[in-house]
Design a binder for this molecule. Structure first.
Ligand SMILES: Nc1ncnc2c1ncn2[C@@H]1O[C@H](COP(=O)(O)OP(=O)(O)OP(=O)(O)O)[C@@H](O)[C@H]1O
Ligand SMILES: [Mg+2]
Length: 156
């Protein structure tokens, strides 16, 4: 399981929605302002469920956390501001040009991004990657890595 200290890659099997939330809660311990988490996986793989777990660790009411269906981003006020993006319905990465990503990505909050493949040129350089794979009706493989370790905020 995840340890407090960052390790390069963690892979685990979750057997329920609750286990996925618990995994997210443990991961939340290492998040700090300015961090970006890319959540990658098929429809129904557990990305929003993971966001709910992160949210509860960061003191956001889980009722508030829903898929941002009609907007690209939901904002939640918790211990830190949380910007929850869902880019599934994005037609073209150009639609993102009007968003000032720097404000979200490198501000005071944490950015959580579902369907990050659609970020195009807006994909950040430093991020945590959480990958979800269906293994069965209630089973998901969750793999957390940090392809490029986020740097302390002062070095952005
Ligand atoms: N081990 C598990 N972890 C997470 N969700 C699970 C698990 N087992 C079953 N589920 C179910 O799978 C669904 C996951 O839905 P969720 O909205 O989190 O997926 P998603 O990856 O955000 O999908 P989308 O791409 O549509 O936004 C929920 O209905 C949840 O109850
Ligand atoms: Mg979702």
């Amino acid at each position: 399981m995840l340890k407090k200290k960052l390790i390069p890659k963690v892979s685990l099997i979750s057997n329920s929605e609750e286990e996925t939330k618990l995994c997210a809660q443990r991961f939340a311990g290492q998040l700090k302002a300015g961090d970006i988490v890319l959540l990658q996986g098929d429809l129904g793989a557990g990305k929003t469920t993971f966001v709910k777990g992160l949210g509860s660790a960061l003191k956001v009411s889980s009722k508030k956390i829903v898929s941002p269906t009609f907007v690209l981003m939901n904002y939640y006020k918790g211990k830190l501001p949380i910007y929850h993006f869902d880019l599934y319905r994005l037609g073209n990465p150009k639609e993102l040009d009007s968003l000032d990503f720097d404000d979200y990505f490198y501000g005071e909050g944490i950015s959580l991004i579902e369907w990050p493949e659609r970020l195009g040129e807006h994909k950040p350089k430093k991020y945590y990657l959480v990958e979800f794979q269906h293994k069965g009706e209630h089973q998901r493989q969750i793999c957390i890595s940090c392809p490029s370790k986020p740097q302390p905020r002062s070095s952005h």
